[in-house]
Design a protein around this ligand. Structure first.
Ligand SMILES: Nc1ncnc2c1ncn2[C@@H]1O[C@H](COP(=O)(O)OP(=O)(O)OP(=O)(O)O)[C@@H](O)[C@H]1O
Ligand SMILES: [Mg+2]
Length: 470
């Protein structure tokens, strides 16, 4: 007699990506951050902390600490002890139990929000100071040369407004949309604040741009949805704004063709941008982001343009601050203050309110008390710098310590000998992509000028304080 072997239903093997989605549906309110997701995914592939730290250029102890906290958080959420060793087994078991009960639902991973809207739903914005040059430049890239027709018109298909947090990217994009909407059949504004999965975004976009709205069948793969969107972008003239694109990017990476600069599960966004840039159509996709998602090839392509958004000029920044309250100061005090904050509109607004409330509107009094970095402004810089690698931070520290702009060779000489010039160049490239460094001419003897890198004063102070506090 042969042994009786019960026939169990075949359960598909769980990969790291699906496991993360499953976990997110269990965690609901306490979702994982990008670094936790990365550690989870790598631990799932049985990598050691040391390997993870080495590959993604973090400190060993830091990654170990992230791991320990992650397992503690998961243990609490799932009500049983989870460690790096047993995480695969536990999550796989939970997944199978849910599948058996027919309860696997991942729809709560993302807050239910309407992330796409038509331009007229954007609402009123307060007065926009300056930005006439930037608006004219964007207008020309988007509309091309109106005296020509067809390909001769030279319209750009993919445009990225890149800048620091609070530099006014969203404000500029809204002003642009309001000025250009007549030139398009469809204008759709999508906020990526909650990092919607690409298929959801594509479906919403298709729903708003196809006429009559025609959606591919449920479950159609992402590639098909992208192709359908491109067809629509060819048939109808559409302006699609993807605001806050950095939410789908992975920290500490340089955009590359391998698309490993995208968060786990978000690589499709890279395909979308590649298609929009490469295939010819009549529409334009405008991105705003704190970090550039464009690869070197895309940045130099004819169909693509990047606008690096700088701060407001003195004569625009001063009225912006005055619109926040009644402020007074000498010309020199105004200049010092606006230069210090790099003309960043958000910083200027925050500081204007503080000067009004705490210093009776007196600029000099605020300036001389020597605390210029605080509250939301500090948090924003903190958020951006947390996304950097240790080498990037080391470069920032050296730039902050140097009184003048540093050339690459000087920087390489300051850093540990193990960082070869190539690595330093890559770090500078990442910092440039994050809009955290600026280029400045360095005057050498005999009238020779070269290019060096430097930081805005506010960032210098932040890095110095962060470094001093360890
Ligand atoms: N040109 C401007 N004139 C007046 N106010 C501005 C201008 N640019 C930005 N602001 C104000 O500064 C603040 C930050 O602007 P905005 O949200 O556009 O920045 P952002 O670059 O999109 O920031 P984030 O990276 O956080 O998305 C807002 O309160 C906005 O109203
Ligand atoms: Mg914004």
């Amino acid at each position: 007699m042969t042994d009786y072997v019960p026939l169990l239903p075949q359960t598909p093997r769980l990969d790291a990506e699906t496991a993360l989605l499953f976990l997110a549906s269990l965690l609901r309110d306490s979702s994982l951050n990008t670094l936790q997701e990365l550690v989870f995914q790598q631990a799932w592939e049985r990598r050691t902390y040391q390997q993870i730290a080495h590959e993604f250029k973090y400190n060993d102890d830091y990654i170990r600490d992230v791991g320990h906290r992650l397992w503690r958080q998961l243990s609490k959420a799932l009500g049983e002890k989870i460690t790096k060793k047993n995480v695969r087994a536990v999550v796989q078991r939970r997944w199978q139990q849910r599948q058996a009960l027919g309860q696997v639902s991942m729809e709560h991973r993302y807050p239910l929000c309407n992330f796409c809207q038509d331009w007229h739903q954007l609402g009123e914005t307060s007065r926009v100071y300056g930005r006439t040059r930037e608006l004219a430049q964007l207008r020309q890239w988007i509309l091309g040369d109106s005296s020509k027709s067809g390909p001769e018109r030279d319209r750009r298909q993919l445009i990225n407004i890149l800048g620091l947090a609070g530099s006014g990217k969203t404000t500029l994009a809204i002003a642009l949309v309001k000025a250009l909407h007549h030139d398009f059949e469809h204008v759709v504004w999508c906020s990526l604040e909650h990092a919607p999965p690409l298929p959801d975004l594509l479906r919403e976009l298709l729903g708003r741009t196809s006429s009559p709205p025609g959606l591919p069948p449920e479950g159609a793969d992402t590639e098909l949805l992208i192709r359908q969107l491109l067809n629509t972008m060819e048939q109808h003239r559409c302006l699609i704004v993807l605001d806050g694109f950095e939410t789908v990017l992975r920290p500490g990476k340089i955009p590359s063709r391998r698309q490993d600069n995208y968060r786990l599960g978000y690589g499709g966004y890279g395909d979308l941008l590649a298609h929009i840039a490469r295939f010819s159509h009549r529409s334009c996709c405008l991105l705003t982001s704190r970090e550039s998602p464009l690869t070197a090839t895309q940045m130099t392509a004819l169909s693509t343009r990047v606008l690096s958004l700088r701060g407001l000029e003195q004569d625009q920044a001063q009225p912006l601050m005055q619109s926040m309250g009644s402020l007074s100061g000498s010309t020199e005090a105004w200049q010092q203050l606006i230069h210090y904050y790099g003309g960043n509109p958000l910083w200027l607004k925050l500081v204007a309110v503080t000067i009004q409330q705490m210093f009776g509107g007196n600029l000099s009094q605020f300036w001389h008390q020597d605390i210029r970095l605080f509250g939301d402004g500090w948090d924003l810089l903190d958020q951006q710098c947390r996304r950097l690698t240790p080498l990037d931070l080391e470069v920032l520290v050296w730039l902050a310590l140097a009184g003048e702009p540093l050339e690459i060779k000087d920087l390489t000489a300051c850093l540990c000998p193990q960082h070869r010039q190539r690595r330093v160049l890559e770090a500078l490239s990442r910092l440039w992509n994050h809009a955290l460094i600026e280029r400045q001419q360095v005057h050498q003897p005999k009238g020779v000028t070269t290019l060096g890198f430097t930081l805005q004063p506010v960032l210098k102070d932040y890095i110095n304080q962060w470094w001093v506090s360890g």
